[in-house]
Design a protein around this ligand. Structure first.
Ligand SMILES: [Zn+2]
Ligand SMILES: [Zn+2]
Length: 243
């Protein structure tokens, strides 16, 4: 890395107890974010196709949330589900439009693993979707796709590829895939974000194994959108997000 990264300045993928399988409130997440020195945190509970996701009103009413909570920028968001090889997303476009951060991910409850061509088609379609900002934990081993073909396309379409800290514990077989994806992001100049995917507040903003992976791959800090204030300023300005 050009300048060694020891922590991130934002976390674009966190869950609250609005998803039944997560256990902290939004305020608890924000408190840990502040204690860890984060400048921004996105609340990205699961899209509506997963059984224990929040009601759609959870997403539509996020406009009532303050932008800043005790010095931390609170970003409105969702972890939407990719449903098929056409890149169908489980959230209506007018709701996605209301949010700051749309992570798109694949989960076993809502996406059947297809062959490599099927998965490649799915991610290419997601890449072309202007409502999606971040490609969530795409290294999942059972959803392997043509990385050489798709990763440059993510970059061309302005998507940010997520390195997901929870994958190291919950999806360990995916780590070699994550490494390949990271190498291709470096090769093609595709931006990444290191996110916790926290399901409990103490995990918010803590991404040590993702940082270690970046160090091992000598990944350039300038391609990490949540590396620091400078990178966040650039990303927010591109996305029309105010501080
Ligand atoms: Zn997920
Ligand atoms: Zn998640």
């Amino acid at each position: 890395m050009s300048k060694e990264l020891s922590a991130v300045a934002a976390d674009f993928h966190t869950h609250t107890s609005a998803s039944a399988h997560a256990y902290s409130t939004l305020y608890e997440n924000l408190t840990v974010a502040r204690q860890r020195g984060l400048l921004a945190v996105a609340m990205t509970d699961h899209g509506i196709a997963i059984p224990d996701s929040p009601h759609i009103w959870h997403f539509r009413n996020q406009k009532c949330l303050p932008k800043q909570v005790e010095g931390v920028r609170l970003l409105r968001g969702v972890e939407a589900n990719v449903l098929d090889d056409h890149g169908l997303i489980d959230m209506p476009a007018d709701t996605l439009d209301m949010l700051d951060i749309v992570v798109a991910s694949m989960h076993t409850e809502t996406m059947h693993p297809g062959d490599r061509e099927y998965m490649t088609a799915a991610w290419l379609a997601v890449a072309a979707n202007p409502l999606v900002d971040i490609i969530g934990h795409c290294g999942t081993d059972k959803y392997a796709f043509d990385y050489e073909r798709v990763i440059p396309e993510f970059g061309r379409c302005g998507k940010v590829v997520e390195i997901n800290e929870s994958s190291f514990s919950c999806r360990a077989p995916s780590i070699p895939h994550c490494r390949t994806i990271l190498q291709l992001c470096k090769k093609h100049g595709v931006r990444v974000t290191l996110d916790s995917d926290a399901h409990f507040c103490t995990a918010v903003g803590a991404v040590p194994r993702s940082l270690q992976l970046l160090r091992e791959e000598d990944f350039p800090t300038e391609l990490v959108v949540n590396a620091g204030r400078e990178q966040l300023d650039a990303y927010f300005s591109e996305k029309g997000i105010e501080w």
